[in-house]
Design a protein around this ligand. Structure first.
Ligand code: PEP
Length: 253
């Protein structure tokens, strides 16, 4: 039985006051469910990790980071290390988000290094994969997702794989208002689970949580999560409004 997992990626949004207000509202609104029937995480910008971490401390809401660097310390201007993230209470870290792949230019190889670094430090990666619209139209979704998963998980042991959450995020559905239909999501999620079973084993594949991400909102959350292989949601825009995010958490419960 896989516990549903809802994570809110705030991207480059909020300020010092609204970040803490949002975090407190999410913690208060999900008090009966977060960390119990549903795992919940908020993923604010780096500069608000500490204050948001304090705002959700003691609630069932966990803290995540939007990125991490591959080195532990030193002359890497602008980057952030696993020990810094752990120091402020982070448990989760996004690896390979499509905006990092397609806006910043991260390769599968760099995503693999980040994911491996996070695992070695005891952080829990949320490993994002997904196809561009032209790749879907060219019937290349499975090929793209397979390459991202094989390269992203290179060298990751079965034991470590138990700590990884996958997030299928079709790039054409992120921040666009376009959502994959429940059938489209289920098809790719089932494909990913089969691939994990081939790369590792069936038991591990059955345990692995696969979130869907792409314009998830309270109105479509229950239907998406009603699919047998959709184990939660990675939420962008709708995680910035406490009411919407709590609605999604409740739909998961
Ligand atoms: C995301 O950033 O991971 C995401 C799914 O964004 P949105 O919900 O806004 O599409």
């Amino acid at each position: 039985m896989r516990t549903p997992f809802i994570a809110g990626n705030w991207k480059m949004n909020t300020d010092s006051q609204s970040a803490v207000e949002l975090a407190k509202a999410v913690a208060a609104g999900s008090v009966d469910i977060a960390g119990k029937a549903v795992d919940v995480a908020v993923i604010p910008p780096f500069v608000y990790l500490q204050s948001v971490g304090q705002a959700v401390a003691g609630s069932g809401v966990a803290l995540g980071s939007q990125d991490v660097y591959t080195e532990s310390k030193g002359a890497f201007t602008g980057e952030i290390s696993t020990s810094m993230l752990k120091d402020v209470g982070c448990e989760y870290v996004l690896c390979g988000h499509s905006e990092r792949r397609h806006v910043i230019g991260e390769t599968n190889e760099l995503v693999n290094k980040k994911l491996s670094t996070a695992l070695a430090a005891g952080l829990l990666p949320i490993f994002c994969v997904g196809e561009l619209i032209e790749q879907r139209q060219g019937d290349k979704t499975e090929q793209v997702v397979t390459e991202q998963i094989k390269k992203g998980l290179a060298g990751v042991s079965a034991e470590d794989m138990e700590k990884v959450t996958l997030a299928y995020e079709p790039v054409w559905a992120i921040g666009t208002g376009l959502t994959a239909t429940p059938d489209q999501a289920q098809q790719v999620h089932a494909f990913i689970r089969k691939l994990i079973s081939e790369l590792y084993n069936e038991q591990l594949a059955e345990k692995t949580r696969i979130q869907y991400g792409g314009s998830a909102k309270p109105g479509n959350a229950a239907e998406l999560m009603g699919q047998p292989d959709v184990d939660g949601l990675l939420v962008g825009g709708a995680s910035l409004k406490a009411e919407d995010f709590i609605g999604i958490i409740n739909a998961a419960g």
